[in-house]
Design a protein. Structure first.
Length: 130
């Protein structure tokens, strides 16, 4: 349900009509971030091109993965093994999906270096200790 938002998006969507052959654009956000926007038939998706696709910085880190990699390193220094709980997997899975969506879009527009970067991110999630 609505969280108090009452804005109709018709005007925003009308400013960029859907065209399946021309539905991706790259721009710089008001704060200087590199962004990619994708016009879908029923809306617009926006991705940060660096860091997490949603621009979120969990616990001030670049990603959820970075948090767990730091935990893993700390455990190893103590001679311990990091074990992930169900909630840990859930957090990592949600982040992985965001990276997956972004690298699919980047693949379609030929930004292969970024596809490799995001794919590597998800492979690093898979390689975390169980």
């Amino acid at each position: 349900m609505s969280r108090g938002y009452t804005s109709d998006l018709t005007n925003i969507l009308g400013d960029w009509e859907y065209d399946e052959d021309n539905n991706v654009r790259f721009l710089t956000g008001d704060d200087g971030r590199e962004l990619m926007q994708i016009r879908q038939p029923m809306g617009i998706e926006q991705y940060d091109l660096n860091g997490r696709p949603d621009g979120f910085r969990p616990e001030g880190k670049e990603s959820i993965l970075d948090i767990y990699l730091e935990k893993e390193q700390s455990f190893r220094k103590q001679g311990k093994e990091l074990f992930l709980e169900e909630n840990d997997f859930r957090r990592l899975q949600k982040e992985g999906v965001l990276f997956y969506y972004r690298y699919l879009a980047l693949f379609q527009v030929g930004q292969y270096d970024r596809v490799v970067r995001d794919t590597d991110h998800n492979l690093r999630i898979i390689r975390l200790p169980r």
